[in-house]
Design a protein around this ligand. Sequence first.
Ligand SMILES: Nc1ncnc2c1ncn2[C@@H]1O[C@H](COP(=O)(O)OP(=O)(O)OP(=O)(O)O)[C@@H](O)[C@H]1O
Length: 279
Amino acid sequence: MIMADMAASPNPQTSNEPVIEVRDLCNRFGDHIVHEDLDLDLLRGEILGVVGGSGTGKTVLLRSIVGLNTPASGHIRVFGEDLIQLSARARSRIEQRFGVLFQGGALFTSLNLQENIAVPLIEHAGLKRPEAEKLARMKLALTGLSPDAAVRYPSELSGGMVKRASLARALALDPEILFLDEPTAGLDPIGAAAFDRLIVTLRDALGLTVFLVTHDLDTLYSTCDRVAVLSQRKVLVADTLEKVAATEDDWVQDYFNGPRGRAASYAFRDHLEKRNQEQ
Ligand SMILES: Nc1ncnc2c1ncn2[C@@H]1O[C@H](COP(=O)(O)OP(=O)(O)OP(=O)(O)O)[C@@H](O)[C@H]1O
């Protein structure tokens, strides 16, 4: 087994304290049951990768937690409070502690980057426009964008820059939990690797907890502390990469131990060896 000797150094910020507890979650659209009695914990400080075949409900799970999809039943406790039971106002207070990076970024095309990032600061934090745009420029810098990007429009940017700007907007209100839906989709391998490093750097620097939906094996290896596999309406397994990859399940074995999974694990092992030699 390739992965047995290659555990990434554990993140010292991760604790066993769940910041999100999903219990008995059921989601359906008409007759189509997506989740049935699904349980999952997100632990403070961790980067949790959520994987699964297409249509297993990764995005629906993310949308349920952030309040964009109302589950048929179940409990979603965030910081100890059950979101489904809360009033809209109390729920919105909790949701402001979330930052979300959607697939495609979802920036406003008619606003430049600093205006885009200023929107939540004006709407939710009540800042005046000049202050909001100043803070927006700081958030853009945090994601590695140069100062001149602030006045550019989304249509003038590369895919990687749009992702960074969208991440800056997700970070605008200093969230405690960051949700990322396919953050590296559409990026070239070098841009994707740089974005993976950025996620880890921001988690470490800002003390974030990260819920990350991805198909990208390189992202899993280079960023995640734990991985949850969605299968047959539930979480099949949620554990370290080594343990998940050893799970006896056809999809898991094809995914982690097929040609792409092996290539990603070899690449990651090489990376760890080089890093250890440098230290
Ligand atoms: N608003 C909706 N109305 C009806 N069906 C929906 C809706 N949203 C999602 N679904 C269905 O729920 C299932 C799960 O969708 P979801 O997008 O969560 O899958 P996923 O695991 O994220 O897939 P992928 O990896 O392909 O992005 C799919 O069959 C999808 O068609």
